[in-house]
Write a protein that binds this ligand. Structure first.
Ligand SMILES: Nc1ncnc2c1ncn2[C@@H]1O[C@H](COP(=O)(O)OP(=O)(O)O)[C@@H](O)[C@H]1O
Ligand SMILES: [Mg+2]
Length: 265
């Protein structure tokens, strides 16, 4: 299948676009392990920002800071116009409802049906949802092509299907931002390709801003307006896919080549 690039264009012009995530001098250490040293990044409305970098380098920590699951040691983090560090519990909860999070493990509740798993984020708030919970559950299941799984248990689904359900769940509250943590890791190449295209379709449909952590060079090629390469606790390099692939930086070169080779078998 010939993959399409983002309609917004890989090098998407951000002039006049609203910044939705503004990260300045972000710091986070665990004891002597300095994970984020001085991380700076601005992500604009409608952008697909792909975050790459070696395992254990701090990618998940970065997006956990964005949703306030982890408290940074320093720097500022503005999300949808609000300084995360200045929010109380209720305000943080409200902000989180505007952000979808697709976990690396699909993080579905094994003892709940798919319907119950999807209804779960709505237990406290209906957010912007009109209509019933059942209608919304059916709608998001339709979005990911899995209407017929509504009464099944997660254990009855394949890895790729569970990933789709995780994506469907992130959409329940019509988020403005969706954060994906390695959405294609552990999936076969064909399923990865399907998930990549699903992410793109949903981004077009719901006009979200996406932050996608991945090692999947093909996902990055297809989805990214911008790629940021995280290394040594900083946004080591940022650019379009074409710019990143052409880089003369040995670390980046190895990363893109190695990941590609791994994927091709
Ligand atoms: N809760 C935690 N306590 C202590 N160290 C942690 C914690 N979470 C992550 N780390 C460390 O932070 C570093 C970055 O982790 P992570 O962001 O998960 O990496 P990745 O880039 O693979 O997503 C790793 O060295 C990890 O061991
Ligand atoms: Mg991670």
């Amino acid at each position: 299948m010939e993959a399409q690039t983002n309609n917004n264009g890989p090098g998407m012009d951000t002039t006049g676009l609203k910044p939705v995530i503004e990260i300045e001098h972000l710091k986070k250490a665990f004891g002597s392990n300095v994970v984020l040293r001085d991380f700076n990044l601005t992500i604009y409305a409608g952008q697909n920002m792909v975050v790459m970098g070696k395992s254990g380098i701090g990618k998940t920590i970065l997006i956990k800071c964005i949703i306030g699951l982890i408290k940074p040691d320093g720097g500022t983090l503005r999300v949808l116009g609000q300084d995360i560090s200045k929010l109380n519990h209720r305000e943080l909860d409200e902000l989180r409802m505007r952000i979808g999070f697709v976990f690396q493990s699909s993080a579905l509740y094994d003892s709940m049906t798919i319907r119950e798993n999807l209804a779960f984020p709505l237990r406290r708030s209906h957010g912007k949802i009109t209509g019933t919970i059942e209608e919304r559950v059916r709608e998001v299941l339709g979005n990911v092509g899995l209407e017929n799984t509504i009464d099944l248990m997660p254990s009855e689904l394949s890895g790729g299907m569970r990933k789709r359900i995780g994506i469907a769940r992130s959409l329940m509250l019509m988020p403005e931002i969706v954060l994906y943590d390695e959405p294609t890791t552990g999936l076969d190449p064909i399923t990865s390709d399907e998930i990549t295209h699903l992410i793109m379709d949903l981004q077009q449909k719901y006009k979200t801003t996406s932050v996608i952590i991945t090692h999947d060079v093909e996902l990055a090629r297809i989805a990214a307006n911008q790629i940021v390469f995280l290394k040594d606790g900083i946004a080591y390099q940022q650019g379009t896919y074409d710019e990143m692939v052409k880089t003369s930086d040995p670390d980046l070169k190895r990363f893109f080549k190695k990941t590609k080779d791994t994927q091709n078998g």
